[in-house]
Design a protein around this ligand. Structure first.
Ligand code: ADP
Ligand code: MG
Length: 728
């Protein structure tokens, strides 16, 4: 991100009076300096400049300044050799270099040696650069050795250690905390390894005293005693000690999160000041459903969130709300009840799902729930036939359709609604901020927006991706649900599992066997499914057992009849692909065996598990995996076994995969932080959000003089994050 551009914009974008003129000139100076192409930095030149751009996207001095170290090493500490721990961290030792010898075939030579102190010996090994090393290493001299000890054939070694003659110790001690920069093989081969980059950044600081204009309000700086901006930049690269380093990191993370939150909260504030439709009364549709159709009592949590939304929808401002709740907490009914309020007030409702299957399932369910009511529910997706479309579009435009359910197809310009009052978005982590914003433009007075997340979202992510929304949480499950017991088993215990399943069937339970179907490898997956079906049919033979099967390649009438066989209890077992992940509601099905469970993500596993445990019998979820598991897959299985809480699992998932992957590529762009980390910096995020909120309370447009540079920086930040600014 370009900080300097920000400053320029600040000046152009505002006709401020002259108090700041002096600093403006001065700013021009620093600005042009940081905008200088990297080629002109001492030690770079055209060839390296090209390489720096190709490999690291470093184009200007400013970009290099923002290539922060990814870790630091404390070179002031030495370990005894017998303290070496394998495969943990980089460690530093000192000792005499001994036993230099070359081995291996001539084309792939290996150089070995060891160092020795009074506690023991530690092996050193090199596979590259051997010629040069042979010449320069001095047997019997005292060296400082730095690297990560690893265990190989029962002895400890450091591969490619950093070696310094003891004589240079003094130099290392002068700057004990050494930055480590990420680099690439190509850069390394041109002398720009971590140390090479460090040298360039030193040159940068030496060429010019870098002054960064403070962009945080003075009040914020003083209440958290934040490091001053220029200081923070210097210390992040070349910290004097651990304390200054921590202060610099805190300051820069805070700054980054502060501006994200400022942007989000400002957009939110702006929208809250806009007019919204007023749903003044709760009418006959709502009451009919509530009194005559709803087959159960709502939970307190469901009532609470409905009250929250009701308050929004009659406030005169647009509702923008995220509805969070664990799998099975009953979000659909809540959404429908809100929809009925909209209809009671003469408005239409759109429900948008991320996939066709989901849209279809919503359509079926909502049509069923409202079948005895004077409500017309329709479905519009990419595969709606043209003839149906032709009939549907005019009815939408004239207001004859009350509830339209669909996919992205709903966003198309051709789709016109007479009186769109409420948009419900079933998120499934897939709609971006941008798509959401397109929907708000479908009518003059924007419709109310309700975003539902399929599984819980970690708090820090919610604050970022949905930070412009108010949040309602359904934090309780309907009564009578027994927590599902989850078990992890390896494939080689399949016979035992079959035995267990038979026992469960004897107790009158029904069983799902779920197979993965990943689009990219659908042929193989399909084969696995059919093989699985065969072996299950053999293990559970007719006439005692009946096995149904559904998958995407079946004709839909076959699919339906198979589903019916299972739903009616005729078949005890349903073999299926992930189609059943959503929608299926068969309370008697209380055992789920998930095959190749390691291939599913955590939120998907959690969604699947949510299909059982809806009746009053003890439910089981059995995760079958191969014996060989990656560490990550193992963590996933362990988490599933440990907890039934979707909120807890979402945190684990965030830790495992990081925010970008978690939310899908569409949104990863807005989660690209330079230094802040949504996983680790939740606390700083909270502080930053709080401060941003406070400032906007006092000065919503950031017009006050004390916020001049904050305003300027925010403006440029928005320009660089177009995804974000389209929220407003
Ligand atoms: P999700 O939040 O995962 O979308 P659903 O809306 O699909 O959950 O609800 C799960 C199941 O629980 C459905 O069968 C629904 O009818 C039922 N349900 C919802 N609310 C209640 C309640 N208050 N009491 C009993 N069952 C409920
Ligand atoms: Mg649902």
């Amino acid at each position: 991100m370009s900080w300097t551009k920000c400053n320029k914009l600040a000046i152009l974008s505002r006709n401020r009076n002259t108090k700041v003129q002096g600093s403006l000139k001065y700013q021009e100076l620093t600005k042009s300096f940081l905008d200088t192409p990297i080629e002109y930095l001492k030690g770079v030149g055209p060839a390296r400049a090209k390489l720096l751009f190709d490999e690291l996207h470093v184009r200007t001095f400013n970009d290099l300044l923002h290539h922060f170290p990814f870790r630091y090493v404390d070179r002031s500490k030495f370990h005894k050799i017998n303290e070496a721990i394998p495969d943990q961290a980089h460690m530093q030792f000192k000792g005499k270099l001994r036993g230099i010898r070359k081995s291996g075939p001539p084309r792939r030579p290996v150089l070995q040696a060891y160092i020795e102190d009074d506690s023991g010996e530690l092996g050193l090994v090199w596979f590259k650069g051997i010629k040069w090393l042979e010449k320069s290493l001095k047997e019997g001299q005292e060296y400082i050795v730095f690297g990560k000890p690893t265990k190989y054939k029962n002895t400890l070694n450091i591969a490619h250690p950093e070696l310094d003659l003891m004589e240079s110790h003094q130099k290392i001690q002068e700057k004990p905390i050494q930055p480590v920069y990420s680099t690439t093989e190509k850069l390394t081969s041109k002398g720009l390894n971590s140390r090479g980059l460090e040298r360039l950044i030193r040159n940068l600081f030496e060429t010019n005293e870098i002054k960064m204009i403070e962009n945080l309000p003075a009040s914020v700086i003083s209440s958290y005693q934040l490091a001053e901006r220029s200081e923070a930049y210097k210390s992040i690269h070349f910290p004097y000690d651990q304390i200054t380093l921590e202060k610099a990191r805190f300051r820069l993370k805070f700054e980054e999160l502060f501006f994200v939150q400022l942007m989000i909260l400002q957009a939110k504030g702006k929208r809250q000041r806009l007019a919204g439709q007023i749903f003044g009364h709760v009418g006959s549709l709502f009451h009919q459903f509530y009194d005559e159709i709803l087959p159960f009592e709502l939970t307190e949590a469901q009532k609470k969130v409905i009250r929250e939304m009701r308050r929004d929808m009659k406030s005169g401002h647009q509702m923008n709300r995220l509805l969070q709740g664990d799998v099975g907490s009953g979000k659909t009914i809540v959404a429908l009840l809100c929809g009925l309020i909209a209809m009671d007030n003469g408005y239409q409702v759109a429900l948008m799902a991320p996939t066709e299957i989901l849209a279809q399932q919503h359509h079926e369910e909502l049509e069923r729930l409202t079948s005895n009511m004077d409500v017309r529910v329709e479905l519009l997706t990419g595969s709606t036939p043209a003839s149906k479309r032709k009939e549907l579009l005019p009815d939408l435009a004239s207001g004859k359709v009350n509830l339209i359910i669909g996919t992205h197809a709903l966003i198309e310009n051709k789709v016109k609604l007479k009186q769109l009052g409420l948009v419900i978005i079933d998120e499934q982590h897939r709609f971006g901020v941008v798509q959401r914003s397109k929907l708000w433009r479908k009518s003059k007075v924007p419709p109310h927006i309700l975003v539902m997340s399929a599984t819980p979202i970690p708090r820090t992510l919610a604050m970022t991706l949905y930070g412009d929304l108010d949040v309602s949480v359904i934090d309780e499950l309907p009564p009578g649900r027994k927590p599902v017991k989850t078990i992890h088993r390896y494939d080689n215990t399949r016979l035992k599992i079959f035995g267990f399943v038979k026992q469960q069937i004897q107790e009158g339970k029904q069983v799902f066997f779920v197979f993965p179907l990943i689009e990219e490898s659908s042929k193989l997956d399909y084969k696995d499914l059919m093989d699985g079906y065969e072996s299950i049919s053999r293990a559970f033979p007719l006439p005692e057992y009946k096995v149904a099967i559904v998958h995407g390649r079946m004709k839909s009438e076959n699919k339906e009849s198979e589903m019916k066989r299972f739903a009616s209890g005729q078949a005890q077992i349903l073999v299926a692909t992930t189609v059943i992940e959503v929608g299926v509601n068969i309370p008697n099905a209380s055992v789920m065996v998930i095959e190749s469970a390691e291939r599913f993500g955590l939120s998907q596993l959690h969604q699947l598990r949510g299909r059982v445990g809806r009746g009053n019998k003890q439910a089981y979820c059995i995760l079958m995996t191969s014996v060989k598991l990656s560490a990550e897959a193992r963590t996933r299985m362990e988490a599933m076994v440990r907890t039934n809480s979707g909120f807890e699992l979402s945190e684990v998932d965030l830790n495992l995969r990081g925010p970008g992957n978690l939310m899908g590529t569409q949104q990863s762009g807005v989660l690209n932080f330079t230094i802040a980390d949504l996983v680790k910096d939740a606390k700083i995020m909270n502080l930053a959000r709080e401060e941003a909120w406070k400032i906007l309370q006092i000065d919503p447009e950031l017009n006050q003089k004390a916020h001049l540079y904050t305003f300027a920086y925010l403006n440029s930040y928005k320009k660089q994050h177009p995804d974000w600014s389209s929220i407003s």
